[in-house]
Design a protein. Structure first.
Length: 420
């Protein structure tokens, strides 16, 4: 079976063992985009006594994995040592968080430590549920199935695309929330463009099997994407949720609900890109911090404007594991982090949180080589452009250059340093 989740590497710097009685002023769960951005901003505000729980030895810039899968970027450029981005003065606890007790104000780690806190920031990211699709792990061992949602598999996607000589190229989007909801279709557009450029479009069929009801949730951008789909002749199958792969037959099985009845539809493939189902980490689902039922079951509760937990006022949450009703993207975190830090500092001083997050998120939708639609929107589902004098309701080459070169620089040198 493919090893789809990183284990802490031996190359990581030694970490001081954590005493059971250790306590911190602010404890951050997660050293991904959200956790590091908050840690860096707290340091710039002069906050002391900050610790961060994160097991991984490496940090990844995942938005480029789409371009890696399309042969337009190098996978090595997306990985850097985690230690390089732990802010000075922040204690790095290189371990997995496994249990949160908000009453005792403690987090238990896999290594058995109990880490106390005065204030908690919950940012553990999202969990990739590969095993929720029957046969997926076995299928990933074949040359015909891949996923850009894993560091090890994104380069394989490009190998698969280059080897493809015609037939059915199938792309999927699950019924669960996913990080970067546009990613499942971005690679599809790159492949469709590649087939057109290589003279294989006439011998190929591109199919999008998506559990969603439409190509995109914000209508002005959906209208543009409908035109992209039409341009490439892509066959869209909405309300199709992938539930099984039969790699020996090269078949994908979808659950489809029609007129209140669920049935299964089988689609053959010659190349398959899978976006795995995703959820909050298991320890979050089991914690008192998460919703226990309803549409947000499993996700951390957070006021959608202040990011403060409604039941535990010394707890804040942001990023992919939160229940914030916005897209799970790095751009959303970039807007969430300053609000969270400002409100956390207010609560630390005994004041009410006053800063407000308006739901801003951005999804740079690659629509072909050298083309990108920059979708920016807020909680109301309205376009929220951040770049003046630029029409972002159209595919643009300058936005492609921004994604490939500008945004990685913004991420590594500014966002993770608390400067943007």
């Amino acid at each position: 079976m493919p090893q789809l989740q990183e284990q802490p590497g031996s190359s990581a710097p030694p970490v001081t063992s954590v005493a059971a009685s250790e306590r911190h002023r602010v404890l951050i769960i997660g050293g991904g985009t959200a956790g590091l951005t908050v840690a860096a901003r707290l340091r710039r505000k002069g906050v002391r006594g900050v610790a961060l729980i994160e097991p991984s030895a490496h940090h990844y810039y995942q938005p480029l994995w789409t371009l890696v899968g399309g042969g337009a970027a190098n996978i090595e450029s997306t990985q850097r040592p985690q230690a390089d981005f732990i802010p000075k003065g922040t204690k790095w606890i290189q371990d997995w968080a496994e249990e949160v007790d908000p009453v005792r104000q403690e987090v238990r780690t896999r290594g058995g430590a109990r880490v106390g806190y005065d204030f908690l920031v919950v940012a553990p990211g999202i969990q990739l549920d590969w095993d929720k699709v029957r046969g997926l792990r076995e299928a990933l061992e074949t040359p015909f199935v891949s996923s850009n949602y894993d560091f090890r598999l994104a380069p394989k996607t490009w190998e698969m695309v280059r080897a493809f000589q015609g037939g059915t190229a199938l792309f999927t989007h699950p019924a669960t929330p996913v990080k970067c909801a546009g990613a499942p279709q971005k690679i599809m557009y790159l492949v469709a463009d590649h087939l057109r450029r290589s003279g294989l479009a006439g011998k190929s069929r591109v199919v999008f099997g998506s559990a969603c009801k439409a190509i995109f949730g914000v209508k002005p951008f959906a209208d543009v994407l409908d035109g992209v789909v039409k341009r490439y002749g892509i066959e869209t199958r909405f309300c199709h949720n992938l539930v099984e792969i039969r790699p020996d037959r090269r078949e994908a099985v979808f659950a489809v609900t029609r007129e209140g009845r669920e049935e299964q539809v089988t689609v053959g493939y010659d190349m398959l890109h899978v976006t795995p189902p995703q959820s909050a980490p298991d320890f979050i689902k089991a914690s008192p911090l998460a919703h226990k039922q309803g549409p947000n079951a499993g996700w951390v509760k957070a006021d959608k404007h202040t990011l403060q937990h409604p039941d535990y006022p010394n707890v804040f949450a942001l990023g992919d594991a939160s229940d914030l009703p916005t897209s799970r993207t790095g751009a959303a975190i970039r807007a969430e982090a300053p609000v969270l830090v400002e409100n956390l500092l207010a609560v630390m001083e005994g004041k009410a949180p006053a800063a407000r997050y308006n739901g801003y998120a951005s999804c740079p939708l690659v629509t072909g080589y050298g083309k990108l639609l920059l979708a920016e929107f807020d909680y109301d589902g309205k376009p929220a452009p951040s770049l003046p004098f630029i029409d972002t309701l159209m595919e643009r080459r300058d936005m492609w250059l921004l994604k490939k070169y500008g945004l990685p620089r913004l991420y590594w040198d500014f966002m993770l340093r608390g400067r943007a």
